[in-house]
Design a protein around this ligand. Structure first.
Ligand code: CTP
Ligand code: MG
Length: 171
C-alpha cells in the first residue's frame, strides 16, 4: 500500500469533497496543533462551524494562522475542501513565502460514499449537486496540481487506499 513521506517542514493541503474523510484523516496522521480547519475557524469567528456566511472571515483567520505557523517553521495541515484552484492559490503562496514544501493529498472516496456519510451528519444538509460539483472540480484540477506549485501530489482514489496509506516524516 502507498506510503507518504512528508518533509519535516511542509504545508500539507488536504483536497476532497465534503464527507471524503479529510478531518478523520488529519486527526489520524497529524497532531491536533498541526491541523488548521476551515470549520474550526468558522466556529472561532461566528460560534457556528457551519455558518457559510462566515466563510470569508474564517479563511482570513485560517490564512493568518497558516502564515504565522509557517513563519515559525511548523508543519501545517489545511483541512478544508480545497477543491478549486482558487481555493488553493493563497495556500501555495503563503508556503512559498516561507519556503515550505507544498504537499497535496487528494482524498477521493467517491460520490456515493461522501453522500452516504453526509446523510448521517445533521450538520451537512445540502443537495446532492454539492458533492457532485465538488468532485467534478477536484477531478478536473488534479493534473494541474504540480503546476499550481505542489511539489508532492498524492492521490488516494478509494476508501481502501485512504485506510491503508501511511504518513511519515523526513528529518
Ligand atoms: N467517516 C467514517 N469512516 C472513515 C472516514 C470518515 O465513517 N474512514 C465518517 C466520519 O466519522 C464522519 C463522516 O464520515 O462522520 C465524514 O468524515 P470527515 O472526516 O468528517 O469528512 P470531511 O472530508 O472532513 O468532511 P467535511 O468537508 O464535510 O468536513
Ligand atoms: Mg471536515
Amino acid at each position: 500500500s502507498a506510503a507518504i513521506t512528508v518533509p519535516d517542514f511542509a504545508l500539507v493541503v488536504l483536497i476532497g469533497a465534503s464527507g471524503a474523510g479529510k478531518s478523520t484523516f488529519a486527526r489520524r496522521h497529524f497532531r491536533p496543533t498541526e491541523i488548521v480547519s476551515s470549520d474550526a475557524c468558522r466556529g472561532i469567528v461566528a460560534d457556528d462551524e457551519t455558518d457559510q456566511g462566515a466563510t470569508p472571515d474564517a479563511f482570513a483567520l485560517l490564512n493568518a494562522i497558516l502564515d504565522l505557523r509557517l513563519k515559525n517553521r511548523r508543519l501545517t495541515v489545511v483541512d478544508a475542501t480545497n477543491v478549486r484552484p482558487d481555493d488553493r492559490r493563497k495556500l501555495v503562496e503563503v508556503a512559498r513565502r516561507w519556503h515550505a514544501l507544498s504537499v497535496a493529498i487528494v482524498l477521493d472516496s467517491g460520490e456515493d460514499v461522501c453522500r452516504a456519510r453526509n446523510a448521517a451528519r445533521p450538520d451537512r444538509v445540502f443537495g446532492p449537486h454539492v458533492i457532485r460539483n465538488q468532485m467534478a472540480s477536484l477531478r478536473r484540477g488534479l493534473r494541474g496540481l504540480p503546476r499550481e506549485g505542489f511539489r508532492q501530489v498524492h492521490a488516494l482514489r478509494s476508501e481502501a487506499e485512504i485506510a491503508a496509506v501511511t504518513v511519515s516524516r523526513q528529518r
